[in-house]
Design a protein. Structure first.
Length: 315
């Protein structure tokens, strides 16, 4: 089976045009895994890929919600349980994946919840948004043939990796800085994964994307009252944000457009809050190769999962 980038070679001009779901190529025979696909931009992205013929695995912590999401999709859709806040669940999910994987979308995430811990004791956002996906990607990497897309956020610009206390065990917890750290980690992970893949001669691409300001259920922690939360989301959509459908476009763009490894997609509008997807910049901290390599080493130590690929033999 050819790799996903080869399949997408006719789409070399996507970066010069306005990208829509109509430009997703036919994906019949391709296998896609989307984490957090039971809601938000993950659900939209999974549905769009399934509609183009891909076999899509919805990796969801809540199976009932995953089944409900799958029921609204057209095509070959499977739901499997994955709790990124539990490394045992991550390993079980990876062990249950058989055969080649053409596209992995690391989409699931938490945004500014109260202080919590994963099953392995990590701060909930760092553990779920970064470490869970780090472990999942490396466990699946021998089977991945096409692309790994990791969903980050503009909030990465406020992030700093605190290597002395990445899990907020020694200092008072602050939800937004913890979130920003996890999103910066997503981009550093993508950069280092891209470097490692290139170093061993792998055809797999690592890319990243952010949705801009998209009104999804990630906003749920901003208001406990359901009616207040709904009003907040409506106000954000109408005045500042874009819908979940539009927020998924940068992820899909990073997944199927002919973009280079290590690239980062986001909306083209004011402050990248909304608009059509394009390749965007990132903070100086997200471009620090030394920090990226150090974070990778720390992530391996915390998860017990290492980079599994060896250099490709020369001919």
């Amino acid at each position: 089976m050819s790799s996903l980038p080869t399949l997408l070679s006719p789409y070399t001009l996507l970066a010069m045009t306005t990208f829509t779901t109509a430009q997703i190529p036919t994906l019949t025979g391709r296998t896609v895994i989307v984490t957090g696909a039971n809601s938000g931009i993950g659900r939209v992205a999974a549905g769009a890929l399934a509609a183009r013929g891909a076999r899509v695995v919805l990796a969801a912590r809540d199976l009932a919600k995953g089944q409900a999401a799958a029921a609204g999709m057209t095509g070959d859709v499977e739901v499997r349980r994955l709790d990124l806040a539990d490394l045992a669940s991550v390993r079980a999910f990876a062990e249950g994946c058989v055969g080649p994987i053409d596209l992995l979308i690391n989409n699931a995430g938490l945004m500014i919840p109260p202080l919590g811990r994963t099953a392995d004791g990590f701060e909930l956002q760092f553990g779920t948004n970064h470490l869970g996906h780090f472990a999942l990607t490396n466990l699946l990497l021998p089977q991945i043939q096409g692309r790994v897309v990791t969903v980050a956020s503009s909030a990465h610009r406020a992030g700093k990796i605190d290597f002395a206390d990445p899990n907020w065990e020694r200092r008072p917890y602050r939800a937004f800085p913890a979130y920003a750290q996890s999103k910066l980690a997503n981009l550093l992970f993508t950069a280092e994964l891209h470097r490692r893949l290139a170093e061993v001669g792998s055809p797999v691409l690592a890319t990243a994307a952010h949705p801009g300001l998209a009104a999804t259920n990630l906003l749920g922690h901003l208001a406990n009252d359901r009616s207040l939360r709904q009003r907040l989301q409506t106000t954000l959509v109408n005045r500042f944000a874009q819908s979940g459908d539009d927020g998924a476009l940068p992820t899909l763009y990073a997944a199927v457009a002919d973009v280079p490894g290590g690239s980062y997609a986001g909306p083209d509008g004011f402050f990248e809050g909304r608009g059509a997807p394009k390749l965007v910049g990132r903070s100086k901290a997200a471009r620090d190769g030394n920090v990226a390599r150090r974070l990778w080493t720390v992530s391996e130590e915390l998860t017990g999962v290492t980079f599994p690929l060896a250099a490709q033999p020369t001919r």
